[in-house]
Design a protein around this ligand. Structure first.
Ligand code: NAD
Ligand code: 89Y
Length: 340
């Protein structure tokens, strides 16, 4: 049994704690939060009695196999470096890995130097419909892909539960686009170049709530990633990512409400329901995300037990984080002007 501690007992950590209860061979034995009220609430809800307001005190008192960090990017580097220097404890850390590339690289380097496994909790690629798209592509459903689109458009009030999203200096690319960019990497491979625009539509928030990104992948796929929290639709789809893939032999569409359609050039069309499985602690519409937290954590525990790195290792995640940085650079830089 792997013994873990959760650091950061806020809004999203509740999903981690529910999910860990369903992961075989791993258990959260201790909790850490600098806010005593949040610590006490999580301790009571999940019946975990060993609690700490100081990381150092927890590391001194507990014999841990791993920590699971869900505090937020401002604190990630200091926490990861402290755990890495303690030695012998694997680290799982929420997205975004950091706020700046230099911090992200330092975290990966610190874990490598200490010889501790380091993974980022990048769960969107673990969503059941996204895994179904990947499996269909690997089975050759559309042949060789040449075009892809990953689209997340919503007007869901994310600010109610995560008020910092309305006040942080950066918003949709760093918070949500990071997942959709990771899905694009997962489905279409590494990115060679990109061009992006960002925009703030909601006047009540500080940063961008719309981003549109055009990417050229190393294997010649062109993809579009588009994200919006300013898109009021008659049928709200939060938190679904819709996917389009056009290939040499056919097309694939992941449409609203988990409908996956594969159409072959030779005429065959199949339609499947690829909805997330229900969990007794999950509730619509977030159940899509909640199920992917469990899928990620199950895989992470299996990897740690077998001495392997999860697919979203720190090193891998630097590539997704580099896309986030490139999007902001592109959106802030000069666009190619159209000559009359
Ligand atoms: P939150 O503010 O509700 O919770 C953060 C908690 O961490 C707070 O209780 C705070 O007291 C605690 N904390 C802060 N610094 C600490 C420190 N140094 N030591 C110990 N505890 C500390 O934030 P949240 O909305 O739960 O988000 C947490 C993370 O989860 C963020 O990185 C966010 O991007 C991520 N998140 C991921 C998903 C996903 O699907 N992967 C969804 C939502 C949020
Ligand atoms: O924080 C975000 C995330 O990671 O998934 C959705 C979210 O909660 C709001 O954009």
């Amino acid at each position: 049994m792997l013994k873990g501690a959760l650091i950061g007992c806020g809004y999203f950590a509740e999903n981690h704690l529910h999910a860990w209860r369903q992961v075989p061979d791993a258990a959260i034995v201790a909790l850490c939060d600098t806010d005593p009220a949040r610590l006490a609430a999580a301790s009571q809800t999940f019946s975990i009695g060993r609690t700490y307001t100081s990381l150092e005190a927890m590391l001194a008192a507990e014999a841990l196999d791993f920590v699971d960090i869900a505090t937020g990017p401002r604190t990630h580097r200091a926490l990861v470096e402290a755990v890495a220097s303690h030695g012998g404890i694997a680290i799982i850390c929420q997205k975004p890995i950091a706020r700046a590339m230099a911090d992200a690289e330092a975290m990966v380097a610190a874990c490598a130097a200490a010889g501790v496994p380091f993974a980022i909790h990048e769960n969107f690629r673990w969503q059941t419909p996204i895994r179904a798209v990947k499996a269909a592509m690997e089975e050759g459903a559309v042949g060789t892909p040449f075009f892809g689109r990953c689209s997340f458009r919503s007007a869901f009030d994310v600010y109610a539960r995560q008020p910092y999203l309305a006040t942080d200096e950066r918003f949709i690319v760093e918070d949500l686009g990071i997942h959709i960019l990771d899905i694009a990497r997962f489905l279409f491979g590494e990115v060679a170049h990109l061009s992006a625009t960002t925009k703030r539509v909601n006047p009540a928030i500080r940063a961008e709530d719309v981003a549109t990104i055009l990417m050229g992948h190393a294997n010649d796929v062109t993809s579009v990633v588009d994200c919006s929290y300013a898109t009021a639709l008659p049928h709200e789809r939060f938190p679904q990512t819709l996917v389009e893939v056009d290939g040499s032999e056919g097309t694939l569409r992941l449409d609203a409400d988990y409908r996956l359609t594969v159409h072959r050039k030779d005429g065959g069309t199949t339609v499947r329901d690829v909805a997330p499985r229900p969990l007794d602690w999950a509730a619509a519409p977030a159940h899509l995300i909640q199920e992917s937290v469990l899928a990620f954590q199950r895989d992470a525990a299996r990897c740690l037990a077998e001495g392997r790195l999860p697919e979203t290792s720190g090193t891998d995640n630097l590539k997704t984080f580099a896309l986030v940085q490139a999007v902001y650079r592109s959106a802030e830089g000069p666009m190619t002007r159209v000559e009359p």
